[in-house]
Each structure stands twice: as C-alpha cells, then as structure tokens.
Design a binder for this molecule. Sequence first.
Ligand code: ATP
Length: 243
Amino acid sequence: MHRPGVAGQGQVYARFDGVRLVVDGYVVLDRIDLALHERRVALVGANGSGKSTLLRCFNALVVPSSGGVVLDLPGTGALDPARSPAAARTAVGFVFTDPDAQVVMPTPAEDVALSLRRLRLPRHERDRRVRQALADVGLADRADVPVGELSSGQRQLLAVAAVLATGPRLLVLDEPTTLLDRRNTRLVRRTVEALDIPVVLATHDLGLAAGCDRVVVVDAGRVVADGAPDPVLDVYRRLMDGD
Ligand SMILES: Nc1ncnc2c1ncn2[C@@H]1O[C@H](COP(=O)(O)OP(=O)(O)OP(=O)(O)O)[C@@H](O)[C@H]1O
C-alpha cells in the first residue's frame, strides 16, 4: 500500500477500524483502516470501487458487517454511527450527488427553512440561519427566486446550504461536481475550500481531489493508496491507466 506522507492537521475526527461490508456474499468494503484529521479529505476510485458506501458509514446509512467507525467531533464526544445513528446524522451533514433529489421547495429560502424544521427554532433564529447558510455558499441574492432559475452548480450549492444550516460538525459530499460544468465546478470547489468545518468527499474530479489535504484511493473495496494529493493521484492515474 502506498502511504506518502501527509501533514498532520488537528485531532482525529473519524476513525475506521477494520471496516468490512458484505452484501449478499459480495465484499463491498474490506479492511478499511483510516484515521482522518485533515480539513479536506478526498476519496477517489473507479466506478463501483466502494467510495459512496464508505461515505455512507459516516452517518449509518450503511452499517459495517464487522469492524467499526468512531466519530469524534466538537460537541459529540466519541460516537459510533451504527449505535447512535440519530446523533451521527445530526453531527454529519451528507450531500448526495444529485441536488434535485435533495432540493424540494420552490425557492432556496424555503428549501433551507425546511431542513431546519425539525430543530424547532424560533422564527427569527430560523430566518437568520437561512440567510447565513445561503450567504455562506454565495446565494444570498438568490434566496427568493424560483429554484428552477438556478444553475446546476447553484442547485448543488443550495443542497450544501440546506445541510450547512443545520450546523453539522462534518460535511460529507458524494461526488459534488459530477453533474457540473467547469464554471459551476469551480464555484463548488471554492465554496468547499472556504468552509470552516472538515469535509470528506468522493469525487472523480481530480482537480477537486488535488485541492484537498489528503487523498485516499479506493479499489475493489480496499484502500490502496493514501496520503498527500500529488503522489497519491499519480498512483491513481497509473492504476486507472493500467500502467
Ligand atoms: N446495498 C447493496 N447491495 C448490493 N450491492 C451493493 C450495495 N451497495 C453497494 N453495492 C455494490 O458495491 C459496489 C460499490 O458501490 P459504491 O456505490 O460504493 O461505489 P462507488 O465507488 O461510489 O462508485 P461510483 O463512482 O460509480 O459512484 C458496487 O459494485 C455496488 O453495486
């Protein structure tokens, strides 16, 4: 396994210990050992290698067959998502690839407000958070336009805003730029870079991965390279090109 050095940044906020997932006899994840402490971590790997499944372990959308995950985020203490799925889903904001699966209300402001409903906030606090979340992703001036008038990139950012408004301690993004053109990709990239919480994302966009602090290559459910972006992405390119 290739493990080029990566600069340490802060405390470990997520640890995977021997995570294995078997579904109908098929090994989806195997021997995943990770201790994440970097602000930005990218998972890369071929289609079907297990990236989305690994991300889903963060909030118990997937529960390992064996091994375990421990989150240690500000305000949560040590937390096993499999044992405390509700707490994990409060602490971990999860954004899916397709924003249209997540954005359901007619306007951005209403959509973000919907995500806050279960927090039962006083109206003024809810409105404040809606405005703040939209401002954080550069959509302050689009708060009340019909969602259909937003670009795909802006809809992706709206999905991020709706998740950020709930105050997650960690943001997990599954292929956030896959559906986007270069301009919208840049928009999402810049927004992610500016966030003040850790972000773990899966991507086929090697530019997005290169801007992260650490890159993890997943192949057939295993971690095969892990470390600083430049050397690890070289390993990944060679793996994909069959050299
Ligand atoms: N619940 C499940 N039942 C059966 N097979 C599953 C299940 N979840 C995942 N798989 C299989 O596990 C493998 C990994 O899937 P996963 O979606 O995690 O890959 P991925 O790396 O995110 O792929 P992509 O880049 O195409 O999104 C695939 O072969 C998928 O079909």
